[in-house]
Design a protein around this ligand. Sequence first.
Ligand code: C5P
Length: 206
Amino acid sequence: MIIALDGPAASGKGTLARRLAAHYGLPHLDTGLLYRATARTLMDSDARLDDVAKAVAAARGLALTDFDENRLRGREMGEAASVVAAIPAVRAALIDMQRAFAQRPRGAVLDGRDIGTVIAPNATVKIFVTASAEARAQRRALELRGRGEDVDYYAILEDIRKRDARDRDRSDAPLKPADDAKILDTTDMNVEAALAAALAVTEAAM
Ligand code: C5P
């Protein structure tokens, strides 16, 4: 069973992916971490984010087990990740490891932007998780404050709009629901309500 969750930044897909993975006892891969870690590697070596050769080398060198989330979740990392994620050669370098993860024997839960469209088009369940930009900015601001960052709601809203536009407008694997994805709008839902809805979609597809 492959569960594919896609959607824009701070839509709640990561939380849902973790909860669904726990519910079904499946491994979970947050594919945004791959792009965040690629960007981090470049930044740590003072390379430019648009240096294609170095970005591809950084992507190829990733190991799924050694993500230091503390250094990947900060505000500037989402933005940096979306810059490297727009480079087709970086996306190509990350496809095999994501597909291998999806093919684990009992299945897997993957969340990202292109899981239902590119990585696992044959996924058992595809859910496109979305919410208004304002609701997502509020959630992201709360999350970042919880991590000790002093952030302004309006600045986060601006970040989110910019990142949505970059993710939607890129030529390779743009952010968009797969034709057969179920749309889950979590704007007015808390986590439990969103989980109940995602479980209902999943049970119906099994
Ligand atoms: O989901 P998260 O906010 O961690 O993703 C960071 C960035 O990585 C996204 O804005 C997007 O540009 C990129 N990404 C992607 N494809 C994925 C997952 C993330 O392009 N499957």
